[in-house]
Design a protein around this ligand. Structure first.
Ligand code: SPV
Ligand code: MG
Length: 328
């Protein structure tokens, strides 16, 4: 309908307008973020990389390092909240963390939506709220609720293909192109083999997914590369080489894989760093020895753009009011 279309176009124009967040970041809200992520995931020529982040700080650090997109990892976000990656954190807690990541960077964020927190209805609600908070995409895996992390134990019952396809269609109908939809296949994780993985990939493409995430827990990349060879890029392929970490990325370029997710390494680096520093401080009863091994406070202030706040104070804060930390 003509009327419907022009209203939608008007809506998209509005959403694409730049807004300036309170911290001075310029954001392309909503569909702008999805467009950025889609161009990375859909690029046929270039292998893209998404770096794990689990809060505003880890997002900002990944951006500083030069990454062009973030993976809001369910495992890492759960871990940083003190939860297990078994849907112990609620969908609202996830959405809140994603909002902090979106606000602290200019990068598109692909959110690990687990299995969608329930059926089609929970999945489309999650997708809509993520889109409203500025996420660029959501990855949904074909398991039930609650899910369990793919590397824990051997019980990974798959969702019925038709039911999961309905979850994907409901998400597409709710958010359209304003959120990239990545369908994640757990068939190899669950031990169902390549034919099942490929059948599911076809079904999820038919249901409207924008990309396929094929997951594997093997220590070599052979089943991922086998999938890519058979799939022939009917949709872009996203991989998570956490277990087959020795494979060089040149193998993925040759296989035509679109996107590599480094899924949990900032979280694991944080654990190693905090474990080391806590051990040293308790043993030495001093912080003198480790001062040179932790980030400087200047780095902290730089990452969180304290300079922007000082400049804003010059512009907005009447000098005679003072604020307790302005120059004398
Ligand atoms: C995550 O980072 O939460 C993932 C990837 O889903 S994995 O832990 O490999 O399942
Ligand atoms: Mg996960």
């Amino acid at each position: 309908m003509q009327m419907g279309r022009s209203l939608k176009e008007f809506d998209m124009q509005t959403q694409k307008k730049q807004s300036v967040a309170a911290n001075g970041h310029h954001h392309h809200v909503a569909s702008g973020a999805a467009d950025k992520l889609r161009s990375q995931i859909s690029s046929n020529h270039e292998l893209s990389f998404l770096m794990e982040a689990h809060d505003g700080l880890s997002g900002a650090i990944a951006e500083r390092a030069g990454f062009k997109g973030l993976w809001a990892s369910g495992l890492s976000i759960s871990c940083s909240l003190g939860y297990r990656d078994a849907n112990e954190a609620s969908w609202t807690q996830l959405v809140d963390v994603v909002e902090r990541m979106v606000d602290s960077t200019d990068l598109p964020v692909l959110v690990d939506g687990d299995s969608g927190f329930g059926n089609f209805n929970n999945a489309r609600l999650l997708a809509r709220k993520l889109q409203q908070r500025g996420a660029a995409g959501v990855a949904l895996e074909d398991k039930g609720f609650p899910k369990m992390n793919s590397f824990v134990g051997d019980r990974h019952p798959l969702a019925d293909t038709g039911e999961f396809s309905g979850r994907l269609r409901a998400v597409k109908d709710a958010v359209g192109d304003d959120l990239v939809l990545v369908a994640r296949i757990e068939a190899l994780i669950a031990g169902h083999g390549m034919d099942e993985a490929l059948a599911r990939a076809h079904a999820y493409a038919e249901a409207g997914a924008d990309a396929i995430l094929i997951h594997s827990r093997k220590s070599a990349a052979d089943e991922i590369l086998g999938f890519a060879a058979a799939w022939q890029n009917r949709l872009p392929v996203v991989i998570v080489p956490t277990k087959y970490y020795r494979t060089p990325v040149s193998a993925y370029r040759e296989a035509g894989i679109s996107t590599v997710i480094w899924a949990n390494h900032s979280m694991r680096a944080a654990i190693a760093g905090m474990r080391e520093i806590c051990g040293r401080i308790i043993a030495e009863e001093s912080i003198a020895g480790i001062e040179g091994e932790v980030a400087t406070l200047d780095e902290v202030f730089g990452l969180l753009r304290y300079g922007e706040l000082a400049a804003a104070e010059e512009r907005y804060l009447p000098q005679h009011h003072g604020n307790g930390h302005a120059k004398a």
